[in-house]
Ligand binder design. Structure first.
Ligand SMILES: Cc1cc2nc3c(=O)[nH]c(=O)nc-3n(C[C@H](O)[C@H](O)[C@H](O)COP(=O)(O)O)c2cc1C
Length: 147
């Protein structure tokens, strides 16, 4: 089974977590890149959009921006072709103290897009950057996602 990790990260938090997961899974992190990463741009132009067609299992991850999925990941996921037959795990990183301040909503947004492309979404994790439990949540997630 071929596995891959695709993320968008503006300030490095999501990337840092993804790199740890990638080490555990013995993979490279594939990054979505935009022409201009001003989070206020509604439809950012993708300059790097990893091709996931050859993967059986994918982890997608991104930060929460303005209580929503960051636009870069939103645009990336929407432009993906059909994902039938693939399984997916998700994680997001966010900063505000409660999951309802963007985390849960963002995971749901990702799930809806991905299921709309006929992949099966399994595990989902919200990593709160300000939480005292952050390290615990990340370590547990890495254990579970790398199984
Ligand atoms: C423009 C902008 C908007 C943000 N909006 C939210 C938000 O609505 N809720 C939240 O919990 N965190 C918010 N954050 C914090 C980021 O989600 C958090 O710092 C995240 O870990 C950043 O990930 P990155 O370093 O991979 O870009 C926002 C950050 C930025 C830059």
């Amino acid at each position: 089974m071929k596995k891959g990790i695709v993320i968008y990260s503006k300030t490095g938090n999501t990337l840092g977590v993804a790199k740890r997961l990638a080490i555990k899974m013995n993979l490279e992190v594939m990054e979505v890149k935009v022409e201009n990463d001003d989070p206020n741009i509604l439809n950012p132009v993708l300059v790097e959009a990893p091709d996931v067609s050859s993967y059986d299992h994918l982890v997608f991850a991104a930060p929460v921006h303005g209580f929503n999925l960051s636009k870069a990941m939103h645009v990336y996921l929407n432009q993906l072709p059909d994902l039938s037959g693939k399984t997916v795990d998700l994680f997001i990183t966010h900063f505000f103290p409660f999951a309802w301040m963007g985390g849960n909503r963002t995971l749901k947004q990702m799930k809806v897009i991905i299921e709309g492309k006929h992949a099966i979404v399994n595990q989902m994790t919200s990593v709160n950057w300000k939480s005292k439990k952050r390290e615990f949540v990340i370590s547990q997630m890495i254990e579970n996602y790398a199984k």
